[in-house]
Design a protein around this ligand. Sequence first.
Ligand SMILES: NC(=O)c1ccc[n+]([C@@H]2O[C@H](COP(=O)([O-])OP(=O)(O)OC[C@H]3O[C@@H](n4cnc5c(N)ncnc54)[C@H](O)[C@@H]3O)[C@@H](O)[C@H]2O)c1
Length: 320
Amino acid sequence: MTPASNESVLVTGAAGFIGSHLVDALLYKRMNVIGIDNLSTGKREFLSSAKNDDKFRFYQVDLLTDDISSLLSDVDTVYHLAANPDVRSGAEDTKKHFDQNIVATYRLLESCRETGVKRFVFSSTSTVYGEANTIPTPEDYGPLMPISIYGASKLACEAMISAYSHQYNMQSVIFRFANVVGARSTHNVIHDFIHKLRENPRQLEILGTEPGTCKSYIHVSDTVEGILLGTEKSEGIIEIFNIGSHDWTFVKDIAEIVTSKMEIKGAEYIWTGGTNGGGGWVGDVRKMLLSTKKLEKLGWSPKLTSSEAIELAVMEILSE
Ligand SMILES: NC(=O)c1ccc[n+]([C@@H]2O[C@H](COP(=O)([O-])OP(=O)(O)OC[C@H]3O[C@@H](n4cnc5c(N)ncnc54)[C@H](O)[C@@H]3O)[C@@H](O)[C@H]2O)c1
């Protein structure tokens, strides 16, 4: 039986892919959960289980325009997941990442400071490392030189969170995720392939050059477990944890998994050529594998490999 909890938390981006899974897990621990989201990419239906729980309240608000201070008055921990997570779109629309990631995070930090929130948990990304020379890449790798506007905007958020934590007596935990996959995702390579193959099962356009980028993929269930454990066990003013699987997968292997699960035979792969000697698009990192030893020392480990996570995610998305 799960023990009763009096902890009150607020999740931004609660109706999003990872946010909605986190909300479900926090409610399972019987926390009082306030979810906020502007529903730009998030969906109310992702909260269909949470909305029946009397420990959950949802507010459709926008971090860029609404003042959420009144919602924070009794909150112990803020989990900040709201963002524009589309790495690729940053190349065309830099302001979107600046506003949705940097400005929104700054506004939220100010509200937390004013209301005395004690703990701030942030969803960062492997893209802050840029094209890292050390693989698997540990949390203390540097210098951090992101190659995408998205990665840069997340790194700027990390820097602000560090300063707020030191200056205003707030404890923070930053998680740098590998590529997260699973049910309710709306914007990753698996989703893209399934969508394209449903339109045309004979051909699949793939960004980059064969065999594509090589990256670590982590299932959302492993990700949420890591967030909960890392948050619970963190002690310093600010802690940073990578969350990823122990191996990586080429984009071509993802195409093979998706076509096989969709029972499509003989689809022709059309490689776009990509950029940067192997990246799918400008700003795309070619190789990414994170060292997760730091979180593993606290008792977490990924249950699925990259390809197992992808296989499960494909099945979940196909059955949605
Ligand atoms: N999915 C991944 O592979 C991955 C990898 C690394 C980091 N992350 C980070 O994890 C977090 C969650 O990502 P996700 O994949 O679940 O994305 P998502 O788009 O599903 O979730 C983001 C949510 O934030 C909401 N949102 C956006 N701007 C908002 C605003 N101004 N005010 C209120 N709500 C707003 C959206 O409606 C959406 O529900 C993001 O911060 C993302 O950068 C994701």
